[in-house]
Design a protein. Structure first.
Length: 184
């Protein structure tokens, strides 16, 4: 029994440790215990690495949807969602905003993202910056402007989010606002 356990561990950790399989839509970054996070990324496919010495981290490189709606469970701080955002318009009307933010990892900057921010980029970057920018842009316009010129508002939010996201290794692909309502 012990022999089978040792052989199983050897096969899993040593033989399996030589490879990292990167599925479609993902990328892998490598941490080398001697050189730190390596600057290159691995795309989809099977790649060789040094077991015990190198650790590979998979990242989803597809467009992700970060939803801002009622009922999001925030017990997982990395959940791809948030509760509606409350703001006050330029003309003093309290509003609540719901919608979605489409973003993805900038493949070329993924090693820097992993090294400087880590795996928790939703709770450290996406959520706080999105909440702040949506509330601040909402406060610069009148309620009628928010309701009547949604394409301009979505474009402005995308530009402002990209200005904050790009240097952190993320890219905002779009902002889609569902509802902008007065708080009763």
């Amino acid at each position: 029994m012990f022999d089978k356990l040792v052989v199983s561990f050897f096969v899993d950790e040593v033989v399996g440790g030589f490879f990292i399989s990167v599925p479609p839509g993902h990328i892998a970054c490598v941490y080398d215990r001697g050189r730190g996070v390596l600057p290159h990324i691995w795309g989809p496919g099977l790649h060789l690495k040094i077991p015990f010495w190198q650790v590979a981290k998979l990242f989803n490189a597809q467009i992700l949807e970060y939803t801002i709606v009622e009922g999001v469970d925030l017990s997982n701080k990395e959940a791809l969602g948030d509760t509606p955002i409350h703001a006050t318009t330029k003309d003093g009307i309290n509003i609540v905003i719901t919608g979605s933010i489409l973003f993805k990892i900038d493949k070329n900057n993924a090693p820097e993202l992993w090294e400087s921010i880590g795996e928790n980029f939703v709770s450290k970057v996406v959520r706080p910056i999105s909440r702040s920018k949506i509330a601040s842009v909402g406060s610069t316009l009148n309620f009628d402007q928010l309701k009547n010129d949604r394409p301009m508002l979505e474009k402005q939010l995308r530009e402002e989010l990209n200005a904050q996201f790009l240097d952190k290794g993320l890219s905002c692909e779009g902002v889609l606002l569902s509802e902008i309502n007065k708080v009763s």
